[in-house]
Design a binder for this molecule. Sequence first.
Ligand code: HAM
Length: 428
Amino acid sequence: MIRKVKGTRDILPPESRLWNEVERTAHDILGGFGYSEIRLPLMEPTELFVRSVGEGTDIVSKEMYTFPDRKGRSLTLRPEGTASVARAYIENGLGQRPQPLRLSYFGPMFRYEKMQRGRYRQFSQIGIEILGTAAPAADVEVITALHTFLAALGFDDLVIVLNNLGDPEDRERFIEVLKSELTPHKEELCGDCQRRWNENPLRILDCKVPRCGELVAETTPVAEVVSDDAKAHVDEVEQALAELEIPVKRAPRLVRGLDYYLRTVFEVISPELGANTVICGGGRYDRLISDLGGKAVPGVGFAIGEDRLIEVLPESFKERVFDQRLVTVLPIGGEAMGRVARLARDLVLAGVAVHTEVTGRSLKACLKWSGKMAASVAVILGEQELAEGVAVVRDLNRGEQETVKLDEVVATVIDVLAKPKDSETERT
Ligand code: HAM
C-alpha cells in the first residue's frame, strides 16, 4: 500500500466542509476590507526565501523543501506567502496600481518540521498583506480585519499579543544589550542558543528550554530600546485597537521566526491548543521589497494557520456548517433516468442539497440508505408515480408523506425542509 507523505494530510468530507466555509467567510470578510486574492506559485527560486525570511532562521536553515530542477536550478516549495507577494509586487509592477495595494492569499505552505498536533509539513495559510504605506492605520486595519474574521467564525477567547521590534538599527542596538546582559550566563544557555548567539541572537528569546527562558526573562525587553519614532508608531496602533475594544496584550519578549519584520509584530494564541500554539502571525516589513531589489515599499500583514484554526473552531460554527439538510431522490425501478436527473437538477438549482440514488435499489433499501445519509426528506419516484406525473415527498423526520405533481416537488420539498427541527419526532 502506498501511504501519504509524512506530515501531509487527507482532509475528508465532512471536515472539508469546515475548510470551505472558513475560506468562504475569509473571502467575505477580508474581501469586505478590500483585500483581493492573489494566486501565487507553490514553488519559487530558493534565493527568494534566503533573502527575505533570512539565512539564519529555522525556516531557511533547516525546514525548506529545496531541490534542483532538471536544469539544476535550486527551487523551494514555499514555506510562507509574504516573500512571494513581495516578489510578485516587484515583478508585475504592482506599484503602478493605486496604492496602498491590498492582497489576500490562500493555500498550502511547506516546512520540514517535527510533527506534532497542529504542526504539519504541508499546511495551509490564509493571509493578507497591505503594501505601499507605512502608516500605523494600516497595522490597525490589518489587525481589525483579523479580529473581525475570527469573530465571524464565533471565536471569543483568542488572545492577540503584540510587540514592538523597532527598526533594524534599533535591533542591532538591542542585540548588543541582550548579549551584554546574557554574557555572564552564556555557558548556561542550551547548545542551540550557543549557536544562535552568533547566527541569529534574537531567536534566543523564544527558546523553549526552561533555563534559557529564565535567563531571557531577566533581560531588557526590545521595546525599551527602540527609537522614538518606532515607539510612537506601535503606541498609536495599540491605542486605536483599544478604542475599537479589540483586546491586545503586550508581549515584551515576542520575536517572530522570520527576519523581515520591524516595528509592529503580533500573534494570535489559542488557549485551547496551549500557550505555545500560534494560530496566526504577522507584522510590518517596510524593508522587504527594497531588500529584494524593488523600491522602498512598506508593508504589513498576517497569515493564519488554517489547519490550527480548524482544530479549535467554536462548536457553534461547526453546528452551523453540519446542519445542512439533505434530500434523497429515489427512483424505484423503471428507466426514467432523464426525468429523475432533471428533478435532482431542479432541486439543486433551488438551493437544496441532493443525493440521488443511482444504483437501482429497492424502496426499502433506498429508505435505509436515506436514513444512513441522515437525509431529512426523500423524493420517491416509482414507476406508477412517474406514469401519473407525480412523486411522493416523504418527511423522514416525521414519517409523513404526500403525493404531489412533478412540477410541485421542488416547492413541497422546500416547505418540508423549512419546518422547525425541534418538533422532530423519531426518525422513520
Ligand atoms: P508564520 O508565523 O511563520 O508567519 O506562520 C503563520 C502561521 O502559519 C502560524 O501562526 C501557524 O498558525 C501556521 N503554521 C506555521 N507553520 C506551521 C506548521 N508546520 N503546521 C501548521 N501550521 C503552521 C508567516 O508565515 C508570515 N508570512 C506571516 C505574515 C504575513 N507576516 C506578514 N504577513
